[in-house]
Design a protein around this ligand. Structure first.
Ligand SMILES: O=C(O)CCC(=O)C(=O)O
Ligand SMILES: [Fe+2]
Length: 278
């Protein structure tokens, strides 16, 4: 097995590995690369919903997303689908999965079934680098702050997805909880500080109003998405991206009108996030 950092601000390609036949040593090396580079990529994998689930389970217990449509033959696998009639794709803005949970998922493993001839790449942004690029003064300020995250405005009744009624989401009534997390977390595996706010799910700084929070959050969103902090993955059928929700954001590009893109996603459990203190 070989781990090669990709060009850009995050990511590594893992070559010479079959996700259906992982050794314990390979699992540990992949988890180290996952925490260090924020996302690992694999090519030419042959996975069924059952074997994708089994591969993902090697990295931790499965966390079944309550809002995504399920694959008919394996309801613990989510379908990430865009067909020609859908008004938009899934994940088409910078976010990290499950930050609205008090125990957010550690990672998501996405497998490409059908990809468009052109377009449909996914971008990732490195939240270690975003944090490191800030001034010492802002770093110290952020280290004392927490932020409130929610799924209600995205997946809840009357939220973003329900307004579009495209049939790809379920259980809107379960979007009830909010979660509070430190703005700068200590990454559970690497121990490094990472910025942990995102445009999709973060509502405001804890104890601040939305209006007070927005200028700071918008500044941080701009920093996070700087090209130097990002990488971009071009999918092929059989490609896998396994990203770390604590170390990266991701953004699925919606640039393939009229074409179909079908992916299967398995999400892996994480846990409580603790604050980083220098
Ligand atoms: O389809 C993609 O590339 C990513 C979609 C997404 O945000 C997700 O599956 O969490
Ligand atoms: Fe996502």
């Amino acid at each position: 097995m070989e781990i090669r950092p990709t060009n850009g601000g995050c990511g590594a390609e893992v070559a010479g590995v079959d996700l259906n036949a992982l050794s314990d040593a390979q699992v540990e090396a992949i988890l180290d690369a996952h925490a260090e580079y924020g996302v690992v990529f694999f090519r030419d994998q042959e996975l069924t919903p059952d074997t994708q689930l089994a591969a993902a389970e090697r990295f931790g217990p499965i966390n079944v997303n309550r809002f995504f449509s399920r694959v008919a033959t394996q309801p613990r696998v989510a379908e990430v689908l865009k067909e020609a009639h859908h008004p938009n794709n899934i994940g088409g803005g910078w976010h990290t999965d499950h930050s609205y949970d008090q125990l957010p998922a550690m990672g998501s493993m996405l497998y490409a079934i059908d990809v468009p001839a052109h377009g449909g790449d996914t971008m990732f942004a490195n939240m270690y680098k975003a944090y490191e690029s800030l001034s010492d003064g802002l770093k110290r300020t952020l280290e004392g702050l927490s932020a409130v995250h929610s799924s209600r405005h995205v997946f809840g009744p009357g939220g973003y997805h329900e307004q579009r009624r495209d049939g790809r989401y379920e259980n809107a009534e379960q979007a009830t909880q909010d979660a509070v997390h430190p703005v700068v977390i200590r990454h559970p595996r690497s121990g490094r500080p990472a910025l942990y706010v995102n445009r999709a799910f973060t509502l405001h700084i804890d104890g601040w109003t939305v209006e007070e929070s927005q200028p700071l959050l918008q500044y941080l969103y701009g920093v996070g998405g700087r090209p130097e902090h990002t990488c971009r993955f071009r999918w092929e059928r059989g490609s896998v991206a396994f990203w770390d929700n604590r170390a990266t954001w991701h953004y699925a590009l919606d640039d393939y009108p009229g074409e179909t893109r079908r992916m299967h996603r398995v999400t892996i459990d994480g846990g409580e996030l603790s604050a980083y203190a220098a």
